[in-house]
Design a binder for this molecule. Structure first.
Ligand code: OGA
Ligand code: ZN
Ligand code: ZN
Length: 469
């Protein structure tokens, strides 16, 4: 049985040979058991000076949002209400004219499908009730009227069903790229890829502000979408802070390591993350088909000596460099399926989890959807021919060469009370080695968030703050 264990995963000095910081990797092994802080175990709650949380730093996410990335549907709150002037029936579509002397065409089948009457649409669920059995490509209006004030379009269908569409509703859903881009920018914010210069402008937020101030929370969520990471400061030096912050953002997404997990150097570690070893830049839990979206590390206690630094890189930027410089190798990484596996027992749960996926996963339009990279969680089983394996390694090591160039990653050391939040679909994280006694001082609590819930929160906050402005 193949084991993805720490002993089998000694990395040959980061095969690319360019990173002394990373000495070896290993499968990630976690448990959800609560650990007490050393101070609490010793029966005292007082904290040493070094362990006291630094005072909350001001929100620096602001600097990234001088331009307005929040071009959400809410921005039409401030636009004049669109008014209908006339409508004329075409073959498959209804053409409507707006007061602004613009016109838009709406397919009949779409209009019928999206009738807003109470029989066809359940307002309390914002959901279509109209069943597919009632829909036909041949559906046609018998009569079409624009209300006198231009605020409604009334349609009577051939079967006698009556629909009414509010002008504003119709206008927002127009089948033209300009209006569709408003929806798309509300869907996802554009990403800004970065290099090691990012170490000079790490986006920061304060825990207390995030808990109390919606504007600060919105900035942080925007930062996460655009830059892919944030450092939050001012969390209390105890477990449970991720739960508190999650109440404001997203539920914590459980994995085979529990709802949260403790990262600490342990005797007989079942996981390299539970040692003082360096961790190659990686994404977490690539073995899961629902690879966790966003990762949180709350630094409750830090290693006082040299080491234990966090390392970050933007995997999409490296992938773009690959596409430009080595298009053939890029293709190999997007096409060849790799086996990612996690075989272990954690917190009493035994698992053997496998996901087959390429290292670079694309959307149908060629955009990068996610990068899947982990030294520790990549299985030794490889379902390709020897020649294909060699060409995959060639492409992979080229990616690593680019990644470990000084301009493509940076290191910083988390302070106690800081929470590092990273987009696990995009941003690679790693750790430099540190040496301390088992059950030593360094202790992080980790957890995962979900992008859908985070984007949902961002959209709701955009709407709420726009309304109140
Ligand atoms: C992990 C991990 C980083 C650290 O547990 O997945 O990457 O700083 N840990 O310990
Ligand atoms: Zn209807
Ligand atoms: Zn990790």
């Amino acid at each position: 049985m193949p084991q993805v264990s720490s002993s089998s995963l000694k990395v040959t000095a980061m095969q690319a040979g360019c990173h002394a910081l990373f000495r070896r990797g290993g499968s990630l092994m976690r448990h959800s058991a609560k650990l007490m802080l050393p101070s609490a175990r010793a029966g005292t709650t007082s904290l040493s000076a070094r362990q006291r949380a630094p005072s909350a730093t001001p929100t620096l996410c602001d600097q990234y949002f001088k331009r307005d990335v929040s071009t959400s549907v809410t921005s039409d709150l401030h636009r004049p209400q669109p008014g209908l002037v006339s409508a004329s029936q075409g073959h498959n579509t209804l053409k409507v004219w707006w007061r602004e002397e613009e016109s838009d065409e709406y397919p009949y089948v779409w209009l019928r499908d999206n009738c807003q009457c109470p029989d066809c649409f359940l307002r309390s669920a914002s959901s279509r009730l109209f069943r597919v059995s009632g829909l036909s490509l041949d559906v046609r209006p018998k009569d079409v009227q624009v209300s006198d004030d231009g605020s409604f379009l009334h349609v009577v269908w051939e079967d006698g069903h009556r629909s009414a569409y509010e002008a504003k509703w119709l206008n927002a859903r127009a089948f033209n790229p300009r209006k569709q881009s408003v929806y798309n920018s509300m869907y996802r914010l554009p990403q800004e890829l970065w290099d090691s210069d990012m170490s000079q402008r790490i986006p920061r937020a304060s825990f207390d502000e995030l808990m109390e101030d919606d504007a600060a929370l919105l900035k942080m969520l925007e930062c996460m979408e655009v830059l892919g990471f944030t450092v939050v400061s001012g969390a209390r030096l105890q477990e449970g802070e991720l739960h508190r912050l999650s109440e404001r953002v997203s539920h914590l997404v459980p994995s085979n390591y529990g709802t949260t997990f403790i990262v600490r150097d342990k005797r007989d570690a079942s996981n390299v993350a539970y040692t003082g070893q360096g961790l190659d830049l990686h994404h977490d839990l690539v073995c899961l088909h629902y690879k966790p979206c966003v990762q949180l590390f709350h630094c409750i206690s830090q290693f006082p000596g040299k080491g234990g630094d966090s390392v970050l890189a933007d995997s999409f930027r490296i992938a773009n460099q690959m596409r430009e410089l080595y298009p053939h190798k890029y293709r190999v990484l997007t096409e060849v399926d790799v086996n990612f596996r996690d075989v272990a027992v954690d917190g009493g749960l035994q698992f053997d989890i496998i996901a087959k996926r390429p290292m670079i996963s694309l959307r149908p339009n060629g955009e990068i959807k996610t990068v899947n990279m982990t030294t520790f969680g990549r299985d030794s089983y490889f379902g390709v021919s020897p020649e294909e394996a060699v060409s995959w390694y060639d492409a992979y090591l080229t990616y690593c060469d680019l990644l470990y160039r000084p301009e493509n990653h940076f290191a910083f050391k988390m302070e106690v009370g800081e929470i590092l939040i990273v987009d696990n679909l995009r941003i690679l994280h790693g750790r430099t080695s540190y040496q301390e006694a088992y059950e030593g001082e360094r202790l992080l609590e980790g957890g995962f968030w979900d992008w859908d819930m985070m984007r949902s929160r961002r959209r709701l906050l955009q709407r709420k703050l726009q309304r109140s402005s």
